[in-house]
Design a protein around this ligand. Structure first.
Ligand code: AMP
Ligand code: MG
Length: 431
């Protein structure tokens, strides 16, 4: 009996995965743009990058030392050093003027091209150069005091990247190492998928702009700020359009600007309140559906496609008004949409398994995203709740570094049980 009632309760609810799938089906990868390499950090490469030359471009020395022929130094020991005539010197950035012949050496610095005839580099430490300098003995000759294996300390042309080779593949999310590779190939600009512009409209007669003086019965708009910073963190360009009041005119005027963006986020007005105007206005501009998603927090959610200027369709996600709900819904639905537009292929957050330090209660069969602090103790992860889990308790989100997930069909997870945690942050001081 109980099970039946349970089914009935959730009959009109949408699973989290289904909601995400529906949402993502309305997003496309954006166009490519050309950008200075440093500004492309975190963006997705829009084309394969091929090298026109070898890197390194020539055989060069990995050490400060002497370029020699192995046969000239074979068997050298401190007691029986091999004496070589020094024919010249080559520094990084120069071209060698002398050839290395049997019984001779060329003094060479790290990164300098190896002179013709060289097959081995002997580092300074394996010569008597320091002693010679200290006792003012001529450096026109050098004693090799230790033999090194043939081929030592020569970095071969093309050993990093060969001419014609694909150095970076399309789809790579550019990280500092990749930006360095682009620079080493001589690129100053690169083609990447552009960042999406995400418009944000807060709605509600009760909202004040931070900086305004406080008024009885009113609260400050925090959602615009938490959402805009989340957009920024995940690679989008936020356009916070301020507060729309709970009337048609106010909402309409904000919306005009919102329709210029690649993606529109609104907060609040998606539950069954009397003054919720969002649905009426949005319905005038396109299709909009209101969902109950089987999750806690963030059950009420709206999604639609609005007709923007120049025949463009603009996907719209209506987030719940409660501050925790709007951020959790952002993580689960808006972040993947931003990633998809940016051309990323992995939408998941790093997920770990942790031992619960206190129980999570799941009263009505939804998927619970509990705000937790994850710590590492003796090599294991532990998760404890950030206090009151109400969807209006924004500090429960501010204090959290992860969202612990209690599955839909589990009424309680006990202390000591293993829980999956989606990490919001990966903090160096904890891990
Ligand atoms: P609503 O969806 O309009 O019923 O709003 C749900 C709850 O979220 C109410 O308590 C609102 O006051 C609150 N809320 C709505 N918008 C914001 C906002 N931008 N910042 C902070 N709280 C908000
Ligand atoms: Mg409201």
């Amino acid at each position: 009996m109980l099970t039946q009632r349970h089914d009935h309760v959730h009959a009109d609810m949408l699973g989290v995965e289904e909601a995400l799938e529906r949402i993502l089906s309305h997003f496309h990868v954006l166009e490519a743009e050309e950008k200075p390499i440093l500004e492309a950090l975190g963006q997705v490469l829009a084309e394969d990058v091929t090298s026109d030359f070898d890197i390194p471009p020539m055989d060069n020395s990995a050490m400060d030392g002497y370029a020699v022929q192995f046969d000239s130094i074979k068997g050298a020991t401190p007691k029986r050093p091999r004496l070589l005539k020094v024919r010249g010197y080559v520094a990084a950035g120069q071209l060698p003027k002398e050839e290395v012949l049997p019984g001779t050496a060329v003094r060479i610095m790290t990164g300098a091209p190896v002179p013709p005839g060289t097959d081995t580099i002997v580092p300074f430490e394996d010569t008597d150069e320091v002693e010679r300098k200290q006792s003012d003995v001529s450096l026109s000759e050098i004693g090799v005091t230790h033999s090194v294996p043939q081929g030592t300390s020569i970095r071969r042309a093309g050993e990093d990247i060969k001419r014609g080779q694909v150095a970076l593949t399309q789809g790579t999310v550019l990280r500092p190492g990749d930006i360095g590779v682009l620079a080493s190939l001589g690129y100053s600009k690169v083609k990447v998928i552009r960042r999406p512009v995400v418009a944000i409209i807060a709605t509600g007669d009760e909202l004040l702009e931070p900086g305004e003086s406080s008024q009885p019965g009113k609260i400050y708009d925090s959602n615009s700020y938490s959402l805009a910073s989340a957009v920024l963190r995940y690679g989008g360009i936020p356009r916070a359009l301020g507060i729309a009041r709970d009337n048609l005119e106010s909402m309409k005027s904000r919306l005009q600007e919102g329709l210029e963006a690649d993606f529109l986020l609104t907060s609040a007005g998606v539950s069954k309140g009397d003054y919720d105007i969002v649905k009426d206005v949005l319905a005038l501009h396109g299709r909009i559906s209101f969902w109950s998603v089987r999750m806690r927090p963030a059950k009420p959610l709206a999604f639609g496609v609005l007709h923007g200027p120049r025949g463009r369709d603009v996907p719209h996600l209506g987030l719940p008004g409660n501050p925790v709900s709007s951020l959790v819904a952002f993580e689960e639905f808006a972040r993947p949409a931003i990633y998809k537009m940016m051309g990323k292929s992995n939408y998941s957050k790093p997920t770990i398994e942790a031992l619960l330090e206190e129980p999570i209660h799941n009263v009505d069969g939804r998927r619970v995203y509990a705000r937790v602090v994850v710590t590492k103790q003796q090599g294991r992860y532990y998760a404890r709740l950030t206090g009151n889990q109400g969807s209006n308790i924004l500090t429960s989100m501010a204090r959290a570094n992860g969202l612990a997930i209690c599955p839909e069909d589990i009424p309680e997870m006990k202390a000591g049980q293993v829980v999956k945690v989606e990490m919001l942050d990966w903090m160096e001081d904890v891990f």
